[in-house]
Design a binder for this molecule. Sequence first.
Ligand SMILES: CC(C)(COP(=O)(O)OP(=O)(O)OC[C@H]1O[C@@H](n2cnc3c(N)ncnc32)[C@H](O)[C@@H]1OP(=O)(O)O)[C@@H](O)C(=O)NCCC(=O)NCCS
Length: 140
Amino acid sequence: MADFKVIISTNEIAGQIAAMLNRQNKLQRKHSMLTIVQSPATYFVEVVGSVVVGCTALLCTHHSKVSKSFHTSVSPYYRGRGIGKKLMSATLNNCTTPFIYGTIRADNVASLALVYSVGFKPIKKTFIKNHYIITVGRSI
Ligand SMILES: CC(C)(COP(=O)(O)OP(=O)(O)OC[C@H]1O[C@@H](n2cnc3c(N)ncnc32)[C@H](O)[C@@H]1OP(=O)(O)O)[C@@H](O)C(=O)NCCC(=O)NCCS
């Protein structure tokens, strides 16, 4: 059986994910190569050459039978080509709990369209600080 090795290093992938999230995802917390490497999540990544152009994270929390989907991001030039959907499908195929959820700002039309396109449904709407957050989820 052949053994396949990716040339780009783990730290390089993590650093690029952190930079992409900091640039695009309107997160409260700034990320670094270390915060991503030390995360307990599994990251699915799309790489072109040695550049990470998309990512999404999956955190399976077995004790509660619910997993979390988060940190989904695609570089602007590569959007609208199905990369987000491909990454979300990988998440769903690798999810080992019966249910998965995520939270998305209500004004984030692209992200909501993405998760609805792979079967998530809105569960609740919460007002936090100055904006609404939609919790979305689906059975596996
Ligand atoms: C959300 C995001 C990851 C989508 O990635 P993408 O690779 O462009 O998405 P895809 O091309 O796979 O599209 C998936 C579905 O969403 C829809 N979609 C994507 N962008 C859309 C937009 N701007 N408006 C409406 N629908 C959109 C597509 O039509 C497709 O639906 P379909 O399969 O039913 O036709 C990307 O826009 C992004 O990185 N946004 C900034 C980061 C962010 O906000 N992340 C989420 C934080 S919660």
